[in-house]
Ligand binder design. Structure first.
Ligand SMILES: Cc1cc2nc3c(=O)[nH]c(=O)nc-3n(C[C@H](O)[C@H](O)[C@H](O)COP(=O)(O)O)c2cc1C
Length: 185
């Protein structure tokens, strides 16, 4: 499996880091883009350098590298995951405004009818955010808010992160045991 992963400048960059680690364990080929705002959030929330995040992926691209392979539909992938997804990036995808590599790669994923999974994080949500999410959902985009459940009895932050990442893996069709499913003992 080959996936594009983008980390954008919403809070919760830990979700992207965890996803990349799991995809490596599962031998999924990853193509990573880190937005400029995400670099700042990664430094603030994880005290981690962008270069260290890049080491978790197989291939990485600069945000303004609009001649990279992933800008073309002819480059085959099994989908794209934006985790976390800022409201700005979400708006750009909803309106086809592809002025950076994350937005272009998402636009290509949509036009090629491939799987696009967004993990938005913002609260509270305004009408524009909600309308943009609806427009994307109507096109088949899967929206997985960074909104962990509590029925699996999380004990720490890692358990909360794993719930959200596990739901993303469920949608991508990747087997895992990151969280205890309802009904499992
Ligand atoms: C520490 C920090 C946390 C942020 N958290 C959020 C957030 O949770 N959701 C969001 O939509 N934007 C958030 N932002 C604002 C985005 O980073 C900003 O809108 C940026 O332009 C997004 O650009 P990008 O989508 O290209 O990464 C945050 C910014 C900073 C510095």
């Amino acid at each position: 499996m080959r996936l594009i992963v983008a980390i954008t400048g919403a809070s919760g960059v830990i979700y992207g880091k965890r996803l990349l680690r799991i995809l490596r364990e599962k031998n999924v080929e990853t193509h990573l883009i880190i937005s400029k705002a995400a670099e700042k959030v990664i430094a603030h929330e994880l005290e981690m350098a962008r270069e260290d995040m890049k080491k978790l992926a197989d291939h990485t691209y600069d945000m303004d590298d609009i001649s990279s392979p992933i800008v073309s539909g002819s480059f085959k992938t099994d989908g794209m995951i934006i985790i976390p997804c800022s409201m700005k990036t979400l708006a750009g995808i909803a309106h086809g405004y592809s002025d950076n590599l994350v937005l272009r790669a998402a636009d290509v994923t949509l036009k090629e009818k491939r799987k696009l999974i967004l993990v938005p994080r913002e609260t509270p949500l305004n009408v524009v955010h909600l309308r943009n999410m609806l427009a994307l959902a109507e096109q088949g985009v899967m929206i997985v808010p960074a909104m962990p459940a509590y029925y699996h009895k999380p004990e720490d932050i890692d358990d909360l992160v794993d719930f959200v990442v596990g739901r993303v893996l469920d949608l991508q069709g990747i087997e895992h045991t990151l969280y205890k499913r309802w009904g499992e003992s």
